[in-house]
Design a binder for this molecule. Structure first.
Ligand SMILES: [Cu+2]
Length: 211
């Protein structure tokens, strides 16, 4: 019985003390703003099936304080299908970044610095770009009304709180699973013991004069 008590104590320590110290360690969300300046070059094309859509329509950036070089390829070579890569300022009064018309088969590059998700410097001038729910809007000037839109998103934007919730749920599911296993082991022990015709306990063992 002494060994059983030690085992139960060790299990209780493992179940409650160790996870408590793990969950107490806080994880700081990435800010991105303290990162040193970096440069990223990306290529954006047009849906090869002929739809007036960017492909891809999302530019994922690893940090702000980033020089972003975008080369826009009009790879769908239907004559007359002209496109642009453009970014409005916040109140949409001025198309601040613009490749201009890119004819079928041609390409054009623009390079700008993303200081924060609400501040861009282009050709020495800083402005607040048009925003999406989580990022920066870019669009094709001739086809904006047809939905030729894209966005620049900052990687790691997703808040950390829901992840912690999932971890805690998994933790409790694990604890319930372990407790159920322990309970089942205990029940099995007594069922097997009571159904055995040979061993009814130590007292009967002594009564039979066995060692
Ligand atoms: Cu277009």
């Amino acid at each position: 019985m002494r060994n059983l008590e030690l085992l139960v104590t060790a299990l209780l320590v493992a179940l409650f003390v160790v996870p408590a110290s793990l969950t107490a360690a806080s994880v700081a969300p990435p800010t991105g703003s303290a990162a040193p300046s970096a440069k990223l070059s990306v290529s954006i094309g047009v849906d090869p099936g002929g739809n007036v859509r960017f492909a891809p329509a999302t530019i994922l950036i690893p940090q702000v304080n980033l020089t972003l070089n975008v080369t826009f390829y009009n790879n769908y070579t239907t004559p007359g299908m002209d496109h642009t890569f453009s970014i409005f300022n916040a109140d949409m009064t001025n198309i601040t970044i613009n490749t201009g018309i890119v004819a079928p088969g041609a390409n054009s590059s623009v390079e700008f610095h993303i200081n924060t998700m609400t501040n861009i410097t282009y050709n020495g001038t800083s402005f607040t770009p048009e925003a999406t729910a989580q990022g920066i809007r870019f669009f094709c000037s001739p086809h904006r009304t047809l939905g030729m839109l894209g966005e620049i998103l900052l990687a790691g934007f997703t808040p950390l709180a829901p992840q912690k919730g999932i971890n805690l749920r998994a933790y409790w599911i694990g604890i319930i699973g372990i407790a159920a296993t322990l309970a089942w082991t205990g029940i099995s022990y007594f069922v097997i013991k009571s159904s055995s015709r040979h061993q009814k306990g130590h007292r009967e063992h002594i009564r039979k004069g066995l060692p």
